[in-house]
Design a protein around this ligand. Structure first.
Ligand SMILES: Cc1cc2nc3c(=O)[nH]c(=O)nc-3n(C[C@H](O)[C@H](O)[C@H](O)COP(=O)(O)O)c2cc1C
Length: 184
């Protein structure tokens, strides 16, 4: 069976990141013909337009990985009511040089988890604006604004809370169909 490849971009570099855990748990809810690979963004240099003609090896790698993907999944925390700088840096790096963006046309899901009560809503809204400019179609609904709670993940790293599991399974089912509809 042909595999649908999803490139996962996590906006946190933290070792025990809830968003990283969420990315792994979501992959468990997907059908077997979907593969999820988290792309490395922690070794990218800070974006400098002077380097556009001579992009570093980690930037080239990131762009190649995005190009090979059928879909994107952004899983991000909210930092100071926006997206983390590491995520914006990765987005900027892979969007250049002008006219050679790796992002254009790749269908994307946007989700996030935070310790705050509004669960990354503002970060996701900023991210959707950025992705619209980059010609990345984003699935609109359902939106996933999760607040970190003790029972959210079980000891296997799956979604442990039944209500959240049902909701996220519904999200994944729609995402799978939506990515496939863009590939068709
Ligand atoms: C620099 C910084 C800014 C933050 N700003 C917000 C914020 O605006 N909204 C929010 O809900 N949480 C905010 N937080 C708390 C994060 O939700 C929390 O650190 C979360 O664990 C980050 O996600 P991670 O576990 O994937 O690293 C902030 C944390 C940091 C370190």
């Amino acid at each position: 069976m042909a595999q649908t490849r999803i490139a996962v971009i996590v906006g946190s570099l933290r070792k025990d990141s809830y968003n990283h855990k969420l990315a792994l748990a979501l992959a468990h809810l997907a059908p077997s013909d979907f593969t999820f690979e988290t792309l490395r963004i922690d070794d990218l240099p800070l974006y400098n337009q002077d380097e556009d003609g001579n992009q570093s090896a980690p930037v080239k790698r990131l762009k190649t990985e995005i190009a090979a993907a059928d879909g994107l999944l952004f899983v991000t925390p909210e930092y100071n009511r926006s997206i983390p700088g590491v995520l914006k840096n990765a987005i900027d790096q892979a969007s250049r040089p002008y006219g050679q963006s790796a992002w254009a046309g790749k269908p994307a899901g946007v989700v996030g988890i935070s310790v705050g009560a509004i669960g990354t809503a503002l970060a996701q809204q900023h991210l959707r604006n950025i992705l619209a400019y980059l010609d990345v179609p984003t699935m609109g609904a359902p939106e996933v604004f999760l607040q970190a709670k003790d029972d959210l993940f079980d000891d296997k790293g799956h979604i442990g809370n039944e209500g959240s599991k049902k909701f996220l399974q519904g999200w994944m089912d729609k995402y799978v169909g939506w990515v496939k509809s863009h590939a068709a």
